[in-house]
Design a protein around this ligand. Structure first.
Ligand code: CP3
Length: 341
């Protein structure tokens, strides 16, 4: 099997010759060649220039031969394209140009600008497809409407998420209008990525886990379901939902092909309890990659043994890779997954 075939088969729970592997945020501060490019061009220029975004996407594939490549971009290009730009705080985290508070601000957001404003993403996908030459699968992605709304309403990275929760409970009509607009934008964006050639879509519901249990449907799931329905099986959809593996049945009911789980899940048990047709992606604790190769190999084996080769496992981290990740430990991880029987 080629790397590409292995990844796409696992998304559909079909048998594979080895467990496929790629890492979330595989592009990032742990790679010297990424740091050098970022030093020269800056993050947003790399995101907006198809040649640079293609190069950054390929860096980890060249080094580690992952089965799938993920497009280098960011989930926050959606608010930016709708009229709410962002930047990185000097102290870490994200700052939006303003916080959404009023009906007027929501009215002014324009989901009709996606294809024009994000044409550079389609450009990067076309270049990447050419470079990958059918050997590695290409994953596109988007933030879930709820996760994007947290940044848009909080005005940036949040700690307590009070503003977005208060907004949901006290302004139900405005919340509905805002999430409807974001969902339209994300749907159009995902359509554009599929037309440009991505072979899977990962939806990041990174902040779904902060909702109260009885509001997760209204806050997040209903909007994700609309996006999955629009994709309509053309490519597999993988849903990363941090802190939500106990709701695996609700996540599966959105119609996605795979759920990407964080490191707090016991993957073997989850495999037993989850629907057999649902692929599972995960779930090594990213902190392990900061440690020695022997430790990473040992802990990766624990996960692989627990899943026991049952179909529909894509090896990944439980969240994005950290800047302190050791390259020799990433290499050990890939070797361990490839050699596991
Ligand atoms: O895996 C990949 O490399 C694909 C590209 C990708 C990036 N961001 C590039 C990036 C993907 C899939 C994302 C998703 C993303 N972006 C999410 C959802 C996933 C998650 O982490 O839960 C979120 C919430 C964002 C928004 C965002 N972008 C944050 C919170 C940050 C960190 C800000 C900080 O404090 O540094 C980013 C920056 C970012 N996006 C980096 C990368 C490689 C690091 C940039 C750098 O410092 O070089």
């Amino acid at each position: 099997m080629t790397n590409r075939e292995r990844f796409l088969a696992a998304c559909q729970c079909q048998p594979v010759d080895q467990t496929p592997i790629w890492l979330m945020r595989q592009a990032g501060r742990y790679l010297p060649e990424y740091r050098a490019m970022k030093e020269q061009h800056g993050f947003l220029t790399m995101v907006k220039t198809p040649e640079l975004a293609t190069e950054v996407s390929l860096q980890p594939i060249r080094r580690f031969d992952f089965d799938a490549a993920i497009l280098f971009s960011d989930i926050l290009v959606i608010p930016e394209a709708m009229g709410q730009p962002y930047e990185f705080r000097a102290t870490g985290g994200i700052s939006m140009a303003f916080a959404i508070e009023s009906a007027k601000q929501i009215e002014e957001l324009d989901p009709g600008r996606i294809r024009d404003h994000l044409e550079y993403v389609a450009g990067a996908i076309r270049l990447l497809k050419h470079e990958l030459a059918g050997k590695h699968a290409l994953i596109g992605f988007a933030g879930s409407p709820w996760t994007l709304a947290t940044y848009m309403i909080e005005g940036g990275s949040a700690v307590q998420f009070q503003k977005v929760k208060e907004f949901f409970f006290s302004e139900p009509e405005l919340f509905h209008a805002l999430l409807g607009k974001i969902t339209d934008a994300v749907t159009d964006y995902v359509e554009m990525q599929i037309e440009a050639g991505v072979e899977a879509i990962q939806v990041f519901d990174s902040w779904g886990g902060i909702c109260s249990g009885n509001t997760y449907e209204a806050c997040s799931l209903q909007w994700i379901r609309r996006i999955v329905a629009a994709v309509n099986g053309r490519v597999p959809v993988l849903l990363f939902a941090k802190g939500l593996h106990s709701r695996i049945d609700d996540l599966a009911a959105t119609g996605v092909q795979a759920v990407s789980v964080d490191w707090t899940a016991e993957l073997g048990k989850l495999r037993t309890n989850a629907p057999a047709s649902l692929a599972l992606q995960g779930n090594l604790d990213p902190v392990l990659l900061n440690l020695a190769p022997e430790i990473v190999a040992r802990e990766a084996k624990v996960i692989l043994d627990a899943v026991g080769g049952r179909p529909g496992h894509i090896f990944n981290l439980g969240h994005g890779i950290s800047p302190q990740a050791r390259i020799d430990s990433v290499e050990a991880l890939v070797r361990t997954v490839r050699e596991h029987r």
